[in-house]
Write a protein that binds this ligand. Structure first.
Ligand code: THU
Length: 135
């Protein structure tokens, strides 16, 4: 799949799933949507917990949706806040996205489209491990 992602469609998928966020502690809802290389759209919302540290970010749900739905490579991802505005994934979630999309994966940011290579320079990833993450 080589055509440019339909950012508006992906953003609206992120906004839709954001409404289902479980964020009773922070009140900060997040939705994330990703386009997969086979054309699927995967999505997730944040799911908080009384043990604050075990909160699941929206991107965790997205990655789970990706893998449970048959896997594939993420080619484009967008995250939104409770107002539907584009936000940046936290550092930990950039690492999660790197695993499943790598450097070429595109992210919509408040400053426009960026590659994961730009957002996580010199990333640690599957290639650093013998077996390349498939072992
Ligand atoms: N959050 C995400 O879902 N993704 C991010 O990339 C940043 C933070 C969530 C976690 C928590 O439920 C809330 O936003 C406030 O940190």
């Amino acid at each position: 799949m080589t055509e440019a992602p339909d950012w508006e469609q992906l953003r609206s998928s992120a906004q839709e799933v954001m409404r289902r966020a479980y964020a009773p502690y922070s009140g900060y809802r997040v939705g994330a949507a990703g386009l997969v290389d086979d054309g699927r759209v995967v999505a997730g919302c944040n799911v908080e917990n009384a043990g604050y540290g075990v909160t699941l970010c929206a991107e965790c749900g997205l990655v789970s949706d990706l893998v449970a739905g048959g896997g594939g490579r993420l080619v484009a991802v967008v995250c939104v806040d409770g107002d539907g505005e584009v936000i940046m994934p936290c550092g930990r979630c950039r690492q999660l996205l790197w695993e499943h999309g790598g450097g070429p994966c595109l992210l919509l940011t408040p400053e426009g489209e960026r590659t994961m290579t730009e957002l996580l320079p010199q990333a640690f990833g599957p290639d650093h491990l013998s077996g390349g993450g498939r072992g």
